[in-house]
Design a protein around this ligand. Structure first.
Ligand code: BGC
Length: 758
C-alpha cells in the first residue's frame, strides 16, 4: 500500500475533485501522473453482471454464475454457505477483472409488494445482518470489495428516486439500520452505497447524520460511500453529507462545481480531502489483488445448486414427497422448460448455463416417462385451452409436477408489484390439475411472498423454489426425489392477503412522502402483536424428517447485560432420513418502559443430524439481544427485569422457553420532566421516592375537593386516581395550587432537581 497521505498532498484541486466522480458508468477516475489506477465496480449482488465493454453504455454482459437471489439465500439460514457463495463471486470478479461487486442488498422487506424484495434478505434485521455479513466476508476474503446497499430505508421501488421516507428514530435504529449496522461492524464492507430516496427530509446521498454521524463515526466505517447510480443531486452537498464517490461518470460540470466551491470557500477542502483519502485507500486496496485468469464454472454451478436446494422451502406435504418410484410424471407449467430463476433490473445476470427443470427431472429419474404441457403463457393472459391440455396430461400420469412462476416482468427493480397473486390462469390451472390428479405437487418460483388461500388446499404438496439461480432446476429435482432433504425456512412471512400486511395503510405514500406509521411492527413483529393468522409464518419450513427439542438451558439464570448468556438445547432427528434443522432463538421482554414487539429473533443455528442422532446447539445472546433503542437517551438501553428466551422451529412453533433475569449495567439519568405524568414519576426508580409523599397528600386533597368518598367522585362518576395518574404532575399542581407552599413550577423543578442529584 503506497503512502496515501503523500499522494493526496501532491494532487491538484482539480484532480481531487475528479477522483470523487466516476470516469465512466463502472470505473473510477485514474490519476496517471501519480500512479493512481482506475478501479472497476459492477453489479451484484447474486453474481457478477459485467458489461462486455465497461466504457460503453451497452448492456451486453459477460457470462457469470447466477446464484439464487437473496430471498432464497436467506431461507438457507446457513451463513457458511453464503460465505462460500461470496468467495465464488469474488473468484469470478478476479477472473473478469472486477474490483468491487455491488452488493449485498440489505434493506428490510417492509411490504411484500416491493419490486426488489428478491434482492433483499428478510423482514428481520438480525437474520439479514448475519446474511449480509457472511456475503461480505466471503467476497472480501479473496481481496475483492463489496458495496453494502442501499443505505438506507429504500424499501419500495415506487418513487424510489425521490420519495421521502418518514421514520421515527427508534424504528430507524431497531429495524431499518440494524441489519446495516451488523453488516458494517461484522462484515467491514469496503464500500457502502447510499440510497436514492430521502430519509426524514434529506436525500440519503446528502444525509450527514446517516453517512457521517452514524455510519462513519458511530459505527466506525472506514471504507468509502458511493452514491447509488445517479443518486447525487448536488455534488457539493453530497460531499458535505459524506458521499465520497459519485457514480456514474463522467460528470465534468459536477467536478467543476466542487472545484469552484472549494475556491469560493463554500466547501471546506478538508471535506474533499477526507473523501479523496477514503477513495485512494480502497483503490490501492483493490490494486493489491492481481486480476485475470479463469474461474471454475462447474464448481460454481454446483455451489449454486447446493444453495438453491438448501434455500427452497417445503411449505406443504401430505407425504407424497420425496417421490418414490414414479412411472408416469406429468410435468406441467412453462417454468419447467423456461425456468424463472432471477429478477429484473441491475442484478440480471447472463448465466454460464441453466438447468432446465424438465431435463433435470428426467436425469434424476431416467426410468420415468415424462410428458410436458405448457399450462400458462409467459404473460398474464387467460388461455383455457392450455388448462384443458394440462388436465389431460395430469389425468394420465401417476403424479403431476406443476411449475408455477410469476411472469418474469412482475418482480423487478424500478417498480413494485400491484398485488401478491399468481395470475388467474395459474390459479385456475392449479385447481383444475389438482382436481384431476390428487398427486399434484406445486413448485413455485417468485422472489417474495405470494398469496395462496384460493388454492392452498388443492395440491398434495407445495415447494417454494424462489428465484433459484441458474442451477435451480437441478436443485428442484434434488428435493423432489429426496436426494436433498429440504431444510429451508422462510425469511419472510407469507400473509393470507395483502390487506393483512403491516404497511398496507401506509404504503406507498402520497405527496412524495411515505410514512412508516407501523413503526417497529413489520413482518412477524406485526402479526404477533396483532395476534393475526398468516398463511406461513416467519421461520417456517418442512423437512422429510422430524426433529425434537429437549433439555433447554441457559448458562446463567441471572446475568449482567454486558456478559450476555448462552442458551442451549438438544435437538434430535426422530425421523428416518438425515436432515438439517434451523433452531431459532427469540427474546421476549416481559416488561419494559417502551412498548416492544412480542418477540424478536436474536440468534439461530443450523444443525445437520443423522436419523436418531442428537446434537447440542448453543447460541450466545449478547447485550443487543436484550436492548432496545431509546429515543430519549438516543442510545441502546437495557432494563433490569425478566426475559423469556423462546427456542423454536419457527416464529409460530416455539418448542421450549427459558426465563432469565437481566441486570443492567447502565446508569442512566432520569428522563422525567415537567410534562411527565404521575404514573411516569411513580414508575421511575429515582422519581418515585421523591414524588410519592407529595403525591399522596395532593391526591388526598384532590379527592376531597372533587367530593370523592370512595374510589369514585360522586359528582363526576369518575375514578379520581385513575385520572390523576395520567396527568402531568405540573397540571396536577395547577389544580391543587391553593394547597401548595410554592408555585407549581417551583414545586416540579424542585422535585426534578432532587431526582437529578441522585
Ligand atoms: C441500483 C443499484 C445498482 C446500480 C448500478 C442502481 O440503479 O439501484 O442497486 O448497483 O444501479 O447498476
Amino acid at each position: 500500500m503506497p503512502d496515501i497521505q503523500a499522494i493526496l498532498k501532491q494532487m491538484t484541486l482539480e484532480e481531487k475533485a475528479a477522483l470523487c466522480t466516476g470516469a465512466s458508468t463502472w470505473t473510477t477516475t485514474p490519476v496517471e501522473r501519480l500512479g493512481v489506477p482506475a478501479i472497476t465496480m459492477t453489479d451484484g449482488p447474486h453474481g457478477v453482471r459485467l458489461v462486455a465493454d465497461v466504457n460503453s453504455l451497452s448492456s451486453q454482459t459477460l457470462p457469470a454464475t447466477c446464484f439464487p437471489t437473496a430471498s432464497c439465500q436467506a431461507s438457507t439460514w446457513n451463513v457458511d454457505l453464503i460465505y462460500q457463495m461470496g468467495q465464488a463471486i469474488a473468484e469470478e470478479c478476479i477472473a473478469l477483472k472486477v474490483d468491487i461487486v455491488l452488493g449485498p442488498g440489505n434493506n428490510m422487506k417492509r411490504t411484500p409488494l416491493c419490486g426488489r424484495n428478491f434482492e433483499y434478505y428478510s423482514e428481520d434485521p438480525y437474520l439479514a445482518g448475519e446474511m449480509a455479513s457472511s456475503h461480505i466476508r466471503g467476497v472480501q476474503s479473496k481481496g475483492v470489495g463489496t458495496s453494502l446497499k442501499h443505505f438506507a430505508v429504500n424499501n419500495q421501488e415506487f418513487k424510489r428516486f425521490s420519495i421521502n421516507a418518514e421514520v421515527d428514530e427508534r424504528t430507524l435504529r431497531e429495524i431499518y439500520l440494524s441489519a446495516f449496522e451488523t453488516a458494517v461492524k461484522k462484515g467491514k464492507p469496503w464500500t457502502v452505497m447510499c440510497a436514492y430516496n430521502k430519509l426524514n427530509g434529506a436525500y440519503c446521498s446528502e444525509h450527514h447524520q446517516l453517512l457521517v454521524d452514524i455510519l462513519k463515526q458511530e459505527w466506525g466505517f472506514d471504507g468509502l460511500v458511493v452514491s447509488d447510480w445517479g443518486a447525487v443531486h448536488d455534488r457539493v452537498a453530497a460531499l458535505q453529507g459524506g458521499c465520497d464517490l459519485e457514480m456514474p461518470g463522467p460528470q465534468p460540470r459536477r467536478v467543476q462545481a466542487v472545484v469552484e466551491a472549494v475556491r469560493s470557500g463554500a466547501l471546506d477542502e478538508a471535506v474533499l480531502d477526507e473523501a479523496v483519502r477514503r477513495i485512494l485507500n480502497i483503490i490501492f486496496k483493490a490494486a493489491e489483488t492481481p486480476k485475470g485468469g479463469t474461474f471454475d464454472v462447474d464448481a460454481h454451478h454446483e455451489l449454486a445448486r447446493k444453495i438453491a436446494a438448501e434455500g427452497m422451502v417445503l411449505l406443504k406435504n401430505n407425504g407424497i414427497l420425496p417421490l418414490k418410484q414414479v412411472r408416469r410424471l406429468a410435468v406441467i407449467g412453462r417454468s419447467a422448460m423456461h425456468p424463472h430463476f432471477q429478477g429484473g433490473g441491475s442484478s440480471h445476470i447472463n448465466p454460464t448455463r441453466v438447468s432446465i427443470p424438465y431435463q433435470e427431472l428426467q436425469n434424476a429419474a431416467p426410468e420415468a416417462e415424462l410428458t410436458y404441457a405448457e399450462g400458462y403463457p409467459a404473460d398474464d393472459r387467460y388461455q383455457p385451452a392450455l388448462i384443458e391440455q394440462a388436465v389431460e396430461h395430469a389425468r394420465s400420469a401417476d403424479v403431476a409436477l406443476l411449475f408455477i412462476a410469476l411472469p418474469g416482468y412482475k418482480e423487478s427493480e424500478g417498480y413494485d408489484r400491484p398485488d401478491l397473486d399468481l395470475t388467474a390462469q395459474q390459479i385456475a390451472l392449479i385447481k383444475a390439475v389438482s382436481r384431476a390428479q390428487p398427486n399434484t405437487v406445486v413448485i413455485l418460483n417468485n422472489g417474495s411472498a405470494v398469496t395462496m388461500s384460493e388454492w392452498l388446499n388443492d395440491p398434495a404438496a407445495i415447494l417454494e423454489g424462489w428465484m433459484m439461480g441458474q442451477a435451480g432446476g437441478a436443485a428442484i429435482a434434488d428435493i423432489l426425489f429426496g436426494k436433498v432433504n429440504p431444510s429451508g425456512k422462510l425469511a419472510e412471512t407469507f400473509p393470507l392477503k395483502l390487506s393483512d400486511t403491516p404497511a398496507y395503510l401506509n404504503y406507498p405514500g402520497e405527496n412524495g412522502v411515505v410514512r412508516y406509521g407501523e413503526g417497529l411492527y413489520i413482518g412477524y413483529r406485526y402479526y404477533d402483536a396483532r395476534e393475526m393468522p398468516v398463511l406461513f409464518p416467519f421461520g417456517y419450513g418442512l423437512s422429510y424428517t422430524t426433529f425434537t427439542y429437549s433439555n433447554p438451558r441457559v448458562s446463567a439464570s441471572t446475568f449482567k447485560d454486558v456478559e450476555g448468556v448462552v442458551v442451549s438445547v438438544d435437538v434430535t432427528n426422530t425421523g428416518s432420513l438425515p436432515g438439517k434443522e434451523v433452531v431459532q432463538v427469540y427474546v421476549h421482554d416481559r416488561k419494559s418502559t417502551l412498548a416492544r414487539p412480542p418477540k424478536e429473533l436474536k440468534g439461530f443455528a443450523k444443525v445437520e443430524l443423522q436419523p436418531g442422532e442428537t446434537k447440542t446447539v448453543s447460541i450466545p445472546l449478547d447485550f443487543r439481544a436484550f436492548a432496545f433503542y431509546h429515543p430519549g437517551y438516543r442510545q441502546w438501553v437495557t432494563e433490569n427485569g425478566e426475559f423469556d428466551i423462546l427456542i423454536g422451529a419457527s416464529s409460530a412453533d416455539i418448542r421450549c422457553t427459558q426465563m432469565v433475569t437481566l441486570q443492567s449495567t447502565l446508569s442512566l439519568p432520569s428522563l422525567l420532566n415537567r410534562e411527565s405524568t404521575a404514573r411516569e414519576w411513580m414508575e421511575d426508580p429515582l422519581g418515585r421516592p421523591v414524588f410519592e409523599p407529595v403525591f399522596r397528600q395532593i391526591a388526598e386533597e384532590m379527592r376531597r375537593l372533587m367530593g370523592a368518598s370512595g374510589p369514585e367522585s360522586e359528582g363526576l362518576g369518575m375514578d379520581v386516581m385513575g385520572m390523576l395518574m395520567d396527568m402531568p404532575i405540573l397540571s396536577i399542581f395547577y389544580f391543587a395550587q391553593q394547597a401548595l407552599p410554592q408555585t407549581p413550577e417551583e414545586m416540579v423543578d424542585q422535585l426534578l432537581s432532587q431526582v437529578n442529584k441522585k
